[in-house]
Design a protein around this ligand. Structure first.
Ligand SMILES: Nc1nc2c(c(=O)[nH]1)N[C@H]1C(S)=C(S)[C@@H](COP(=O)(O)O)O[C@H]1N2
Ligand SMILES: [Mo]
Length: 341
């Protein structure tokens, strides 16, 4: 990509994020100040096909802006690229330092507002050899004994071009806070939180995976589908679920118990089953359809005798992938509670 074009794209990232007039602070002074005109030479002197700068007239109405190039940017706003709002679950993979054998349910579901990364990539026009989009955050420092000058992630170009991937500047209708990654962060719906780079400052089209520690040393795991110990990046979220009710340790009156919670995955959840105690049979819960990349509510009612009980919920994705019962970071949730006699 030629340098003028790449600068152009970077400047476009301002959208309407900056307060009106912020871009004007790049003007230090006017010199000359006031109306200035430089007349062209008489026609007789306009002999060359290309007019040299010294011969080309200048017309300045108010003065010539002296610009601090470090603060210079072009803000595009008004009737520009459509903003996208979507609902998506937001899940942390868990510690990249521990084997992924336990569910941490670091999960929520929120609304993001932003501009599709695709719109910027369309302007940048990826070279056919570009296979990844690297994203970089303004943070730097040390994690688990590894020092890095930046937080850097990557996305395969196909995901990067999917309309749901956003440069987000609002969450739940409010500007992104500092800790949330404001003013702008990447959001990669359906993929683990680690891919959603906060304090976004650079996007780079590349033909290989990013070399930083957060794509090499951290956030790769053994592919449970392969027997040869092959590694895969921490990208797509596998089926997972959480039981909201009953609460662990609850003491309930009445034999009818509503079991409900949330289930999610990169692809839509098509089935959630509930198992009570050590029963051989699974009860199929009602599962609401998903909005965008949201989590999905499941609920069902079970009739229970007085005494202590355990319910577990297991989600299955549209692709037919089931939550494991144990031993993986997305194993089923299990709740113990009591029905009072
Ligand atoms: N720049 C930057 N982006 C980042 C991180 C980070 O440390 N630095 N953490 C990632 C991880 S592991 C997760 S789970 C999400 C968490 O986003 P949240 O804090 O808004 O929930 O941000 C991701 N983006
Ligand atoms: Mo995370």
């Amino acid at each position: 990509m030629d340098p003028t074009k790449s600068e152009h794209v970077e400047h476009l990232v301002n959208f309407a994020l900056r307060p009106d007039g912020e871009e004007r602070k790049a003007c230090l002074t006017l010199d000359p100040n006031g109306f200035f005109i430089r007349h062209p030479p008489t026609p007789h002197h306009l002999a060359s096909f290309i007019t040299p700068d010294e011969q080309l007239f200048q017309t300045i109405h108010l003065g010539a802006a002296v610009i601090d190039t470090n603060r210079y940017s072009i803000t595009v706003d008004g009737l520009e690229a459509p903003t996208t709002g979507l609902t998506a679950f937001h899940e942390c993979y868990g510690s990249p330092l521990k084997p992924p054998t336990e569910n941490v349910w670091r999960i929520g579901n929120v609304e993001w507002t932003g501009v599709s990364l695709r719109i910027l990539l369309d302007i940048a026009q990826p070279h056919p050899e570009a296979r990844f989009v690297w994203s970089e955050g303004l943070d730097f420092g040390e994690f688990a004994g590894v020092t890095t000058d930046r937080y850097q992630k990557d996305l395969p170009i196909v995901k990067a071009l999917s309309p749901e991937v956003l440069l987000a500047y609002e969450m739940n209708g409010e500007p992104l806070s500092k800790n949330r990654g404001g003013p702008v962060r990447l959001i990669v719906p359906g993929w683990f939180g680690t891919n959603s780079t906060k304090w976004l400052c650079r996007l780079s089209l590349q033909n290989s995976r990013a070399p930083g520690p957060f794509t090499t040393k951290f956030y790769n795991e053994q592919d449970p589908k392969e027997s040869d110990g092959r590694m895969r990046p921490v990208w797509m979220v596998e089926p997972n679920s959480v039981i909201v009710s009953p609460c662990s340790g609850a003491q309930l009156t009445g034999s009818l118990v509503i079991v409900h919670g949330w289930a999610w995955s990169d692809d839509e959840i098509k089935l959630v089953q509930i198992r009570v105690d050590e029963s051989e049979t699974w009860v199929e819960a009602n599962v609401e359809s998903r909005q965008d990349f949201s989590w999905q509510r499941f609920s069902t009612m079970v009739t229970l005798s007085p005494g202590t009980h355990r319910v577990i919920a297991r989600a299955t994705s549209s692709a037919g992938v089931k939550q494991p019962i144990s031993g993986r970071r997305n194993h089923v949730h299990s709740i113990d509670f009591e029905v009072l006699g």
